[in-house]
Design a protein around this ligand. Structure first.
Ligand code: ZN
Length: 313
């Protein structure tokens, strides 16, 4: 563990708790956009763990997880350092949007560039200022569009450290997930750092079960690393899934599901139906594989090809 951590030009010594704000740019109105970064350092040697949310600005469940942990003063480590970033994409948060105002995704813009698009500037600043210190981390997300995710950890399971941390977290599901170009997870992995993605719920909606599951899992991970004195006992071992598939709409129309998130599906089991809005047509949808429902579309109006259901097995 470094003696001194310098973020945003601010030296943070062992035993200190500091809030520093990374200035990224200004809005057209002149309002300065800054990213709050909380750093909690123990006097004792230990790992540096990142807890980050709001990379996609409309994914409020992660923001709430970090907020509750800050409010409950749960982030003072027994050893090492916790860096908490409740909202990385402030622009998206203000606009109720996943992206930054030019439509680019911060999580496809890593490692970023100083003079690039807004998304790549956010990524660059974060990579330069915060990531050099981070060893492990959790990047909190929720389902995109109107899709809701059952609480799950995503990581590359062939990395033993990822598997160890995911097991310690103890989410209901762990999904083996390959690294995507431009993601924080990929850049971190190149540098030998383990970043787990935690997914729960739907964007712009609170999912209380997923928020409490996320907090409990984070406590277990910190406890496993010796940074927290105790943690809630996991109720059920994680179900580890190596494969996943999406069920997509074959017809446009109105989608109704007769199953719910977390359910186990047999192959050929009825998932729901798509009807036209006039009572003329109804198509039954069945599961193409046996597995667990880890993501479900909540938007009734669907076009051909829309993702309806995410099954892992
Ligand atoms: Zn996300």
């Amino acid at each position: 563990m470094p003696e001194t951590i310098v973020i945003n030009g601010k030296s943070i010594d062992r035993g200190e708790k500091v809030l520093t704000k990374l200035v990224v740019s200004k809005l057209p109105s002149g309002t300065v956009i800054e990213i709050p970064v909380y750093v909690f350092r123990s006097v004792n040697d230990g790992p540096v763990v990142l807890l980050m949310a709001g990379m996609h600005g409309d994914e409020v469940n992660g923001i709430e997880i970090v907020r509750r942990m800050l409010t409950r003063k749960m982030l003072y480590p027994l050893k090492g350092t916790i860096i908490a970033v409740p909202i990385l994409n402030i622009y998206g948060f203000l606009n109720f949007s996943r992206q930054v105002p030019d439509g680019k995704d911060v999580n496809r813009s890593f490692p970023g560039s100083r003079d690039g698009s807004l998304a790549s500037r956010v990524a660059y600043r974060f990579m330069k200022e915060v990531m050099p210190y981070v060893e492990y981390g959790i990047d909190f997300h929720t389902g995109g569009a109107s899709r809701s995710n059952y609480p799950q950890i995503r990581c590359e399971l062939d990395n033993p450290k990822n598997l160890e941390l995911a097991s310690a977290f103890g989410a209901p599901f762990v999904l083996d997930s390959s690294l995507r170009q431009g993601s924080l997870r990929k850049e971190a992995s190149k540098a030998g750092k383990s970043i787990l993605v935690y997914e729960t719920g739907e964007s712009l909606r609170f999912d209380d079960f997923g928020i409490s599951t996320g907090i409990e899992g984070t406590c277990r991970l910190l406890h496993h690393l010796g940074m927290m004195a105790g943690a809630p006992v996991v109720q059920q071992d994680s179900i580890i899934c190596k494969k996943d598939i999406w069920v997509r709409a074959k017809n446009a129309g109105l989608f109704r599901a007769v199953v719910k998130l977390g359910d186990y599906l047999a192959k050929g089991q009825t998932i729901g139906s798509i009807t036209d809005p006039y009572g003329e047509m109804e198509v039954r949808i069945t599961s193409p594989a046996a597995g667990y429902i880890i993501g479900l579309n909540n938007m009734p109006v669907v076009n051909q090809g829309d993702a309806l259901l995410h099954i892992a097995y």
